[in-house]
Design a protein around this ligand. Structure first.
Ligand SMILES: [Zn+2]
Length: 270
């Protein structure tokens, strides 16, 4: 399947990623004000060009078969993607990717665009963009955290990243990379739909299953219109309550539960 990153999809000279990030920045600024904690954002572009990410990827490629089987047992392929320098399209399945090791042990990645022919990147060159799938990203995050001991780094993810995924992909992967330690990792509550499935942005994007729920929980702009700052303040107090009483933090919550909590704000901006 041919894909393009959100940062390469433009509407009126603004990339889709810039447009989406503006909402996240607004929310992060709100939390900064509430908590008095500064934030900075590192993009995926910063992540993939990090020298330790490239080093970790090099080590993974040195043991391709083992990691391919661990991370992608369905097709035994490591999903590493490079994009055409002309149209920015890439092959999501990575099936067309060729990995060539030269006599000095360095890796060159080659692929093919139907419109623009062969292209290649050098794994050692941080100016060459290299994308990897979720499994590799998760493993490589742990790898760079272990190489950045000067600050306390915590990986924080939804609890769908816990359990088997964390054990197999993250912990087992790090062991195979020869790591002696595991990064500090915290899993947050997950928001569930009526069926107990994760309230999923991909399902929302397909616009299928969430037609009957409170639209403020589907769409941030609608959330702000309906509940304004009072809604954000309520979310903040709910999250503080979870953190203050950890048994509430290590639990999941349904979207119906939020409907009940938000009843007190219903009709405020109608
Ligand atoms: Zn192309």
């Amino acid at each position: 399947m041919l894909c393009k990153s959100l940062c390469d999809l433009y509407e009126n000279d603004i990339s889709r990623s810039e447009k989406n990030m503006s909402f996240f920045i607004e929310i992060l600024n709100y939390f900064k004000k509430k908590s008095n904690i500064e934030f900075s954002i590192r993009t995926y572009k910063d992540f993939q060009e990090n020298i330790n990410i490239r080093k970790g990827l090099h080590e993974i490629l040195n043991n391709y078969d083992l990691f391919a089987k661990l991370l992608n047992p369905i097709d035994n392929i490591l999903h590493i993607r490079i994009k055409c320098p002309v149209c920015n399209e890439y092959d999501k399945s990575s099936k067309s990717l060729q990995i060539i090791k030269d006599q000095n042990g360095n890796y060159m990645l080659k692929s093919f665009c139907n419109k623009h022919g062969d292209y290649s990147v050098n794994l050692n060159d941080k100016n060459d963009y290299v994308d990897v799938n979720t499994q590799l990203r998760d493993l490589l995050k742990g790898y760079i955290i272990n190489r950045n001991q000067n600050v306390l780094t915590i990986m924080m993810d939804g609890s769908d990243w816990g359990g088997t995924w964390s054990n197999r992909i993250h912990c087992e992967g790090l062991l195979h990379l020869g790591e002696q330690e595991l990064p500090l990792r915290i899993f947050t509550p997950m928001i569930l739909d009526w069926s107990g499935a994760k309230f999923s942005k991909s399902l929302y994007m397909k616009n299928k299953d969430y037609e009957n729920i409170n639209n403020a929980f589907n769409d941030y702009t609608e959330f702000k219109r309906k509940y304004s700052d009072a809604g954000m303040n309520l979310l903040w107090s709910i999250a503080c309550d979870w953190v203050g009483d950890p048994k509430k933090f290590y639990r999941n919550y349904t979207i119906e539960y939020f409907n009940i909590l938000f009843e007190s704000l219903e009709g405020m901006n109608e």
